[in-house]
Design a protein around this ligand. Structure first.
Ligand code: FAQ
Length: 331
């Protein structure tokens, strides 16, 4: 049975819905949400939030968590070949830190109502992305320095902004992660500075490494603003505090003097300091390469995903044992 009572009430069987009130409730909730965003109050897991805000956060945060985990692979490749015990220990600790970052961010994403296993299945089936940078190979020891310096350096620029974002659990995870990434950044730079004081062969290795990683590092910030479909919405909700191009420029401005200080040459013939803008002018990113990599066809995409899927299969017995143990102790 359905009956109209004025414009506000609909009766269906035994349930009575106050349509007008429901609409007002939603409008009120949206207003409260928008007011919090405007005044810089964090949104917490139990707060009401628009579905689209939740979906966007799950997309971006799960991609971030996957990046931390897949990001262990290129560096992990060098643990057994580090040239000294102290370098091996530092690298081992760094790779473990990245695992920790992945776990914080998976946990923070779970507060949005998605299960970790579902996120991992989205990664393995190609539904969720991870950062393009981790699809490049680490072919010489200097790459370990370059990843710490450039990749963690780019991550810091991005993540110090995210530490101020509107979603509480994500912003708090970023504060701790940035502290650790800062250490990674310094150890990477120190490794390269050390090589640049070494033999010609060591200096050439460091320069070769920078030549290969410079442009992919700039791609970490995402497509240029005009081609970034998610930025406007994410910036309105203060998930992203700055645009992709703004952060990319900030990274270039802070990194170029560091390269010069240790005698490395940035592989960009168009790079110039611009007195007027007080920023570096620079060349053009190869966007075809960027889209090839994020569509799954970069130099190591298949290898990286295979390594993650294999690890998942090999770890199944651990998860089963943990489940059995938990069940036993619940009774
Ligand atoms: N790689 O509309 P936008 C690290 C996708 S952590 C792959 O601009 P958005 C630590 C994007 O997802 C590094 N895909 O997207 C570490 C979207 O596709 P979708 C990871 C990319 O979200 C160091 C499409 O393109 N950090 O390095 C990339 O507004 C050393 C359109 O782009 C984060 O994830 C890319 N580079 O902005 C670990 C930080 N760029 O999803 C180990 C959080 C864009 O619609 C060793 N994320 N896409 O299918 C963010 O800040 C943002 O998500 C951006 C992209 C800036 C990455």
């Amino acid at each position: 049975m359905a009956r109209n009572i004025g414009v506000h009430t609909v009766v269906t069987g035994f349930s009575i819905k106050f349509v007008g009130m429901e609409t007002m409730d939603l409008a009120q909730r949206e207003k409260t949400f928008e007011d919090k965003i405007k005044s810089g109050i964090k949104i917490e897991p139990k707060d009401w939030m628009p579905d689209r805000y939740r979906k966007q956060l799950i997309r971006m945060m799960s991609q971030h968590a996957h990046s931390e985990i897949v990001g262990m692979l290129p560096e992990g490749n060098w643990i057994t070949r580090a040239p000294s015990l102290s370098r091996k220990l530092t690298l081992l600790a760094k790779v473990q830190d990245e695992a920790g970052h992945g776990l914080y961010i998976y946990s923070a994403t779970e507060t949005l109502g998605i299960d970790r296993l579902e996120m991992i299945s989205q990664l393995h089936t190609g539904k969720a992305k991870y950062s393009s940078i981790f699809n490049y190979p680490t072919t010489n020891w200097a790459d370990i320095g370059t990843i710490g310096w450039l990749v963690d350096g780019a991550a810091i620029v991005n993540q110090t902004a995210l530490a101020k974002c509107s979603y509480g659990p994500y912003s708090r995870a970023m504060i701790r992660i940035c502290k650790e990434e800062n250490f990674h950044n310094k150890q990477g730079y120190q490794l390269l500075a050390h090589m640049m004081e070494g033999t010609k062969q060591q200096r050439d290795m460091a320069q070769d490494s920078l030549n290969r990683w410079w442009w992919p590092s700039l791609m970490m910030f995402g497509p240029s603003d005009k081609d970034s479909p998610n930025s406007a919405e994410l910036m309105r909700w203060k998930v992203k505090m700055h645009s992709n191009d703004f952060l990319r420029q900030r990274f270039i401005d802070r990194t170029v003097p560091q390269a010069e200080a240790i005698g490395l040459r940035i592989p960009d013939p168009k790079l110039r300091w611009n007195e007027e803008t007080q920023h570096y002018d620079w060349g053009e990113i190869d966007w075809d390469e960027f889209y090839t990599v994020i569509k799954g066809n970069g130099p190591c995409n298949r290898q990286r995903m295979q390594a993650r899927v294999d690890a998942d299969v090999r770890g199944r017995w651990v998860r089963k044992a943990a489940e059995a143990y938990a069940k036993k102790h619940m009774n």
